[in-house]
Design a protein around this ligand. Structure first.
Ligand code: 5AD
Length: 348
C-alpha cells in the first residue's frame, strides 16, 4: 500500500494499525511528506484557521531530582548553574507577559522538592486571582495524584507531561531505574481523570528509537486523546551520557507533526523550541506541517541561558517574548498570524 493511501486512510479514519504506522513512518519519502503536509494544513485550517496560539513559558527552576540521560538539567550535571525563581519573580513574568498579550502561562521546571504542593498551589492561586482571564499550565513532572488534585483545585487548567516514549524497554534506555514508563503513563491518566487539559509528547530521534517505538507512541496518543501534544527533535547536550549520540532531524520531526495533526485533528500542537534550535526556519516548517502553537520564553533574561535542556537551546531573538512582533512577522510571511487569546483546545 502506498504512502498516499495510508495518509488518506489516516485522515478518514483518524487512526492506523501498528503495522501501518510502521510502514508509513519507515517508508516515508519527500513526496509522501509533501502530500501529508498538504492534508495536515487543510485539517488544521478547517479547525483553527491561520491562527497561531502563543503561550508564555516561564522556566522557574532548573533543580531536578531526576537523572534522565538526555537532559541537561539532570541531577548529576554538576556543571549546570542552578536557579529558582521566587513567587514574586514568577508573578513579574506574568505581569510582563500579560502586557505583551499572553493569556496562557506555562510554569515549567525540573522536579524540584523546594516547590512543595503548598508553594505550587499558592503560586497558581496568586496568578489566577490576579489574571482570572488567563490559563495556567503546569509542567513540573511526576507527582502523586493528590498533588495534581491540589493544583487543579488551586486553579491550574492544564498540565504538560511528555510520556517521552511509550515502549517500556525504550523508556528504560533513556532513564535511570528510578523512573518507569508505567508510572509516567499513570500520571497522565490521573491528570486526565482530574479534569486537566492534558498535553503529552515525545522526542523524535531519541537514542535507540525505532519506527516501532514511534508507532507505539501514535497508538498511545490515540488512546490518551490529549488536548496537546509536544514533540521536538532530540538534541544532544554536552554534559549528559548522550552527548555523543546523533540528534533527531527536522525531516522526521515535521513528518511526525503532520501525522499527529491527522490523528488528532483538533489537538494543540506546538512548533517547539527544539525544532527552532536545529534549523533557522524550523518553527515555520513546523507550522507548515500542521502545528498551531508557539511557546516563547518569558523567563527573566538572567536565567534563560541556564535552563539548558540541550545544546544551543534558543532563548534570544524570536524566542524571547519581547520579540512577539517579529515572531508575528515570521508567521505572516508564511500566511499565518499570532492570536491573543487563551487558545483552549477544541479537542474536549
Ligand atoms: N533534547 C530535546 N528535548 C529534550 N528534553 C529534555 N532534554 C532534551 C534534549 N536533550 C525535552 C523532554 C522533556 C521536555 C521538557 O524537554 O522531552 O519532557
Amino acid at each position: 500500500e502506498s504512502g498516499r493511501e495510508l495518509i488518506d486512510r489516516l485522515e478518514q479514519t483518524r487512526g492506523l494499525t501498528r503495522e501501518e504506522w510502521i510502514t508509513l513512518i519507515s517508508g516515508r519519502t519527500p513526496e509522501t511528506a509533501e502530500y501529508l503536509f498538504e492534508r495536515a494544513r487543510e485539517v488544521r485550517i478547517r479547525h483553527y484557521g491561520h491562527d497561531v496560539y502563543i503561550r508564555g513559558l516561564i522556566e522557574f527552576t532548573n533543580y531536578c531530582k531526576n537523572d534522565c540521560y538526555y537532559c541537561g538539567i539532570r541531577k548529576s550535571n554538576a556543571n549546570a548553574s542552578r536557579y529558582r525563581l521566587t513567587e514574586e519573580d514568577i508573578l513579574s513574568c506574568c505581569e510582563l507577559g500579560y502586557g505583551l498579550g499572553f493569556r496562557t502561562f506555562v510554569l515549567q521546571g525540573g522536579e524540584d522538592g523546594w516547590f512543595t504542593d503548598d508553594r505550587m498551589a499558592h503560586i497558581v492561586s496568586s496568578i489566577k486571582e490576579k489574571w482570572p482571564d488567563c490559563a495556567v499550565t503546569l509542567s513540573i513532572g511526576e507527582r502523586p495524584r493528590a498533588s495534581y488534585q491540589r493544583f487543579y483545585d488551586a486553579g491550574a487548567d492544564r498540565y504538560l507531561l511528555r510520556h517521552e516514549t511509550f515502549d517500556h524497554s525504550h523508556y528504560r534506555m533513556l532513564h535511570p531505574e528510578s523512573l518507569s514508563a508505567e508510572y509516567r503513563q499513570k500520571c497522565l491518566w490521573n491528570l486526565k481523570e482530574i479534569g486537566y487539559q492534558v498535553g503529552t509528547g515525545f522526542m523524535v530521534g531519541s537514542p535507540y528509537q525505532t519506527p516501532e517505538n514511534l508507532a507505539d507512541d501514535m497508538l498511545f496518543l490515540k488512546k490518551l486523546n490529549p488536548q496537546m501534544v509536544g514533540i521536538g527533535p532530540f538534541v544532544p547536550h554536552h554534559d549528559t551520557p548522550f552527548a555523543g549520540q546523533p540528534g533527531g532531524t527536522v525531516e522526521l520531526t515535521i513528518f511526525m507533526l503532520g501525522l499527529i495533526r491527522l490523528l488528532l485533528p483538533k489537538v494543540l500542537l506546538p512548533s517547539t523550541t527544539a525544532l527552532g534550535t536545529i534549523a533557522p526556519d524550523g518553527r515555520e516548517k513546523g507550522i507548515l506541517a500542521g502545528a498551531n502553537v508557539v511557546m516563547p520564553n518569558l523567563s527573566p533574561a538572567q536565567v534563560r541561558e541556564k535552563y539548558l535542556l540541550y545544546d544551543n537551546k534558543l532563548c534570544t531573538g524570536d524566542e524571547a517574548a519581547e520579540s512577539l512582533r517579529s515572531l508575528d512577522e515570521r508567521m505572516k510571511a508564511i500566511g499565518y498570524h499570532i492570536t491573543v487569546s487563551r487558545g483552549d483546545s477544541l479537542n474536549m
